[in-house]
Unconditional design. Structure first.
Length: 434
């Protein structure tokens, strides 16, 4: 590494939180930042289901760190996986054995799917947490539709049965978008597709969709999914995932070749390799100033942390929490350097929202949860996500084009994104070699 001077800050993870922290430090000439990320780009997770359902290309929701930090020469980008962290030394070990250490260490490695030890889920379910995941879902849908179109008898083997695990925002959003893809878009490409045989089943162990939202929003989401033909099964659970079926807790077996896992998340692996106690969801419990207890110059921010939130426990795993906590950690580091001390993190609550489909969204705005449904909620969703994108230093062009297309030409998709020839997944093995 090049010779450096000043306060060294090593950040692990270049998502909302890591980028927020890096940008908060990049302009201060007392600081040098090393940002380590396994991908080298920021993946904008709120747009993952749009990639999974062929509404957006992957390139439209990933932002290269070299562009995000363009011209900021106090930031060094390292594309590598950090496999362990030593909080006493404020260092991380990379997959190739290199060690990076700093005056400050910031853990911002995000989350990973939590399969809750469900047999077969890790092997056969399709999570939706990364660009790679989203592409795999899209490719599997295209494979299944192409196969079912060529051989309608495969529908009995579950070729058009899609099971979604989890009725939180991820599950509800992907269910709505998948239904619009299957019923409204793909029949134009496959006129012979027996789309009436398609089933989208959403399973959740709880009693309501979008649990953190109000009762009105629960009902609105259920009604909108019902209208889109989604079979919502609440108070049930997927207890096993196999190559060609799932089993539910009530004993039902459903033939399927695509189980989308939106059933929960836990802290990224590095949280378990940092020699620190892990709280709920495997996340690192942090102090109000976002530092790790006993390690004042180590911060944990975003989805990898449990950030205290008054008597409500911890803040939820949201882009805005991650971005703001990143900026706040930067501010506290600069506060140390200025000798001004630190402040407890104050979250500016934008609210919670989910998009169920075209013209159907729910939004509960601000700390008082002013409730919106339908087009106004869609507009609120657009506004909040445009701001998140802009704060992350990302281009808005593709996002604006997508929003326009989604609203005015909902049945249109780029031919490239619907082309089964682009599918790289191994072919599906049907019974009897069909
Ligand atoms: C499908 C989906 C939809 C969502 N929709 C919304 C939404 O609409 N609105 C909203 O506010 N929030 C949404 N969220 C939540 C939001 O995306 C997260 O809260 C946010 O991404 C957390 O930011 P982060 O920086 O903590 O983690 P991430 O954004 O996940 O970034 C973590 C980064 O760390 C890197 N990394 C991980 N481990 C390592 C390692 N060991 N070494 C090097 N690099 C590593 C990863 O590659 C990644 O770049 C959604 C999440 C999902 C999964």
């Amino acid at each position: 590494m090049q010779e450096r001077s000043g306060t060294e800050v090593v950040i692990v993870g270049g998502g909302f939180a890591g980028v927020g922290c890096g940008k908060g430090l990049a302009d201060d000439d007392r600081v040098r930042v090393t940002l380590v990320d396994q991908n080298g780009y920021h993946q904008f997770q709120p747009l993952l289901y749009q990639v999974a359902t062929a509404e957006l290309a992957g390139r439209d929701m990933t932002f290269d760190h070299t562009d995000v930090f363009n011209g900021q020469d106090r930031v060094t980008l390292v594309r590598a996986e950090a496999v362990a962290a030593d909080l006493d030394q404020r260092s991380v070990t990379l997959a190739d054995g290199t060690t990076l250490s700093g005056d400050y260490l910031v853990l911002a490695a995000g989350a990973q799917p939590n399969f809750f030890h469900t047999p077969g889920a890790r092997e056969y379910a399709f999570p939706l947490y990364s660009l790679t995941d989203a592409r795999r879902v899209r490719e599997r849908v295209l494979q299944l539709v192409a196969d079912a179109s060529a051989k309608p008898e495969l529908i009995d083997e579950g070729a058009l049965t899609f099971v979604i695990v989890g009725g939180g925002a991820t599950g509800v959003e992907i269910a709505g978008a998948l239904s619009e893809l299957i019923h409204d878009v793909l029949p134009h490409r496959y006129p012979q597709l027996a789309v009436a045989g398609a089933r989208i089943i959403l399973v959740d162990v709880g009693r309501a969709l979008l649990a953190p939202f109000s009762d009105e929003s629960h009902e609105y989401a259920a009604k909108q999914l019902h209208r889109r033909g989604v079979d919502v099964r609440l108070g049930n659970a997927v207890t096993e995932v196999a190559r060609d079926h799932v089993t539910l807790r009530d004993g039902t077996t459903i033939p399927t070749h695509l189980v989308i896992w939106g059933g929960g998340e836990m802290a990224a692996e590095i949280a378990g390799n940092a020699g620190v106690g892990q709280g709920r969801g495997g996340r690192i419990d942090v102090r109000p100033d976002l530092s790790v207890p006993g390690h004042p110059r180590v911060f944990a921010i975003g989805d990898v942390a449990n950030i205290p939130f008054g008597d409500q426990g911890a803040l939820p795993q949201l882009g805005s929490v991650a971005q703001q906590s990143g900026a706040w950690a930067a501010r506290n580091i600069l506060g140390d350097l200025d000798g001004n001390g630190r402040e407890s993190f104050h979250y500016r609550d934008k609210g919670i929202m989910a998009m169920i489909g075209r013209k159907a969204a729910v939004a509960e705005i601000g700390p008082h949860r002013h409730e919106l449904h339908g087009r106004l909620a869609f507009a609120a969703w657009l506004g909040v996500h445009a701001e998140l994108l802009a704060n992350a230093g990302a281009e808005l062009k593709a996002f604006v084009a997508w929003a326009e297309e989604f609203y005015f030409r909902p049945h249109h998709r780029s031919a490239e994104l619907l082309d089964p020839a682009q599918v790289e997944l191994p072919r599906i093995h049907w019974q009897d070699g069909k």
